[in-house]
Design a protein. Structure first.
Length: 86
């Protein structure tokens, strides 16, 4: 399992749309490649449109859909499993 990395990122709404996510992925992917990581993975709540757009724009693809993955404020939330090969 040393060939992959699991990505966790959060950008507050006030800072979205300023290129921070793109910058994070550019820097993170350069580091990942330098240490031999060939695959990145993440999950994102399906209703997080800004996050889904960021990840798709960074080259991630939806590899799966987990129904009722989380319970947030008493409501079930679905998640996408996403991955990117480097």
């Amino acid at each position: 399992n040393r060939h992959f990395g699991y990505v966790v990122i959060g950008i507050r709404a006030a800072y979205q749309g300023k290129g921070l996510g793109k910058q994070f992925f550019a820097t993170g992917e350069a580091w990942a490649r330098s240490v031999g990581i060939t695959r990145l993975e993440l999950t994102v709540m399906t209703h997080n449109i800004a996050g889904v757009r960021l990840y798709l724009g960074a080259g991630f693809v939806v590899e799966g859909h987990k129904q009722r993955a989380l319970k947030v404020n008493g409501k079930y939330v679905d998640e996408y499993y996403m991955g990117k090969l480097l």
